[in-house]
Design a protein around this ligand. Structure first.
Ligand code: TYD
Ligand code: MG
Length: 447
């Protein structure tokens, strides 16, 4: 190793430079360059040279997956845990990452040894949580350590079928001079576990904290390295927790799994529609239900709106769970195309249950909830709607209508409003389908 050789690494984006820079020339962040010792590159041993071969000659492996014992998690992973895969689980502090992984570890420990490594909690704390979630098992081995060499030894000793690292930000690579959690540490620690996993066919879950901006701390480079990236989301004030997959080398992305945090840990919610519309007010203006599709999963969701005359100053426009700009656009369409004078009204829009809706298919329900509150007329309680609203007030097609309709029917809805362009493309079923072309037509039919 060159004596005293150092380089400067941006702690925000991982950019490296041989000189110190006040501002990173890659991501533009100020004061983010930190000096670190350079690691020598390894020369590959003579026997280690990889061979080139035609793709058709490669022996295919069976698509073997280990059930995680939580069906909602298996669904997100695309059918279970792939041996040797590296899975990153991100999420806000306190959302339940450690709880989830301890439950998975305990589930798998029923059949084989599992190693749970924590750099954040003491064995006593882990055991207390274990007791709460019913995870006390002889096969579940716990190691409170931050030292990679110790973990490597423990893996050799325990020969686990699953390794959990809680969290990557606390682990320390001995060759790296910078602090745990820094970009270089995370990069090397990530690469280390990738190697351990691939060498031993051992699936590894890595817990990662997210920054204030909602990004995984230790930037994108970690996401490039791992096979799957899962985000554990939820509102602190609600017990619902959603696992979302944003990268998956072995399955589809954007799949979600739904859990509820209870006294004894996370409980799966196999039928989320039921809970998200459970507290829906009946016969009250300002509420509309849509079937949102998350990944391939239809989910009934209630959108609420409150429109009231502005009593002072600027009209307020607030929304939670939907994009405020989308709401502004829908308000403009309502004013211009349906003649609703909303300019002197405060408008509040909320998605029940702390969910976030990002798909345009929610437009119709947002608009209807606003119109319903404005006119003080409630929608019939067995009505659901889906459709995108265009700037001329036209109602545009949305994907997955068949699944959306099925879900609404399954949950006892009797009428479904959908875009006219879908006529002939969806199967007529028990639920009554009402095709609408414009918001004028829709509002006439509804109110
Ligand atoms: P935790 O798994 O420690 O979160 P993270 O690892 O993402 O930081 O979860 C902490 C929260 O979960 C804590 O606020 C308490 C709550 N909790 C329960 O409600 N029930 C339980 O059985 C457990 C273990 C935790
Ligand atoms: Mg934790």
């Amino acid at each position: 190793m060159g004596k005293g050789k150092t380089r400067y690494t941006c702690q925000n984006c991982g950019f490296t430079s041989i000189r110190w820079l006040g501002q990173c020339s890659d991501c533009g962040k100020w004061n983010s360059m930190q000096e670190e010792a350079v690691k020598t590159t390894l020369k590959s041993a003579p026997g280690n040279i990889a061979k080139v071969c035609p793709i058709s000659d490669i022996a295919r492996e069976e698509d073997y997956r280990i059930p995680s014992t939580l069906r909602e998690l298996d669904r997100v992973l695309g059918g279970g845990i792939v041996p040797g895969s590296l899975i990153l689980v991100g999420g806000d502090p306190g959302i339940g990452k450690s709880t989830l992984l301890l439950q998975v570890a305990a589930g798998l420990a029923r059949g084989a040894p599992v190693l749970y490594v924590s750099g954040e909690e003491s064995p006593a704390q882990i055991s207390m949580r274990g007791q709460r979630v019913g995870a006390l098992s002889n096969n579940l081995k716990v190691l409170a350590s931050r030292d990679l060499m110790g973990i490597e030894q423990a893996v050799e000793e325990v020969k686990p079928k699953l390794l959990v690292i809680d969290s990557i930000q606390t682990m320390v690579h001995p060759d790296i001079s910078s602090l745990p959690g820094s970009v270089s540490q995370i990069r090397e620690v990530g690469a280390f576990f990738l190697e351990i996993g691939k060498d031993n066919e051992l699936p590894v879950f890595l817990v990662g904290h997210v920054t204030k901006e909602g990004q995984l701390a230790g930037p994108k480079l970690l996401e490039h390295l791992v096979d799957c990236v899962l985000y554990f989301e939820g509102d602190q004030h609600y017990s619902f927790r959603i696992i979302r997959c944003v990268k998956n080398r072995f399955g589809s992305v954007n799949e979600i799994g739904v859990f509820q945090m209870e006294e004894a840990g996370l409980v799966e919610v196999p039928n989320p529609s039921e809970i998200f519309i459970a507290e829906r007010p009946r016969g009250a203006p300002g509420s509309a239900v849509l079937t949102s599709v998350e990944g391939s999963r239809p989910l009934l969701v209630e959108v609420q709106a409150l429109v009231s005359p502005t009593s002072f100053g600027q009209p307020q426009r607030m929304s939670s769970g939907v994009d405020r700009r989308r709401v502004s656009m829908l308000l403009a369409v309502l004013e211009k195309k349906a003649g609703m004078q909303l300019g002197f009204h405060d408008v509040y829009v909320n998605v029940a249950g702390g969910l976030t809706l990002s798909e345009p298919a929610a437009d119709l329900s947002i608009l209807t909830a606003i119109a319903s509150s404005f006119t003080s007329k409630a929608l019939p309680e067995d009505v659901a709607l889906c459709g995108e609203v265009g700037l001329t007030g036209e109602i545009r097609g949305v994907p997955h209508l068949g699944e959306r309709i099925n879900e609404a029917e399954k949950m006892g809805f009797k009428k479904f409003y959908l875009p006219l362009v879908a006529r002939g493309k969806v199967r007529e079923q028990g639920i009554k389908l009402v095709y609408v072309e414009s918001i004028g037509e829709l509002l006439n039919l509804l109110f």
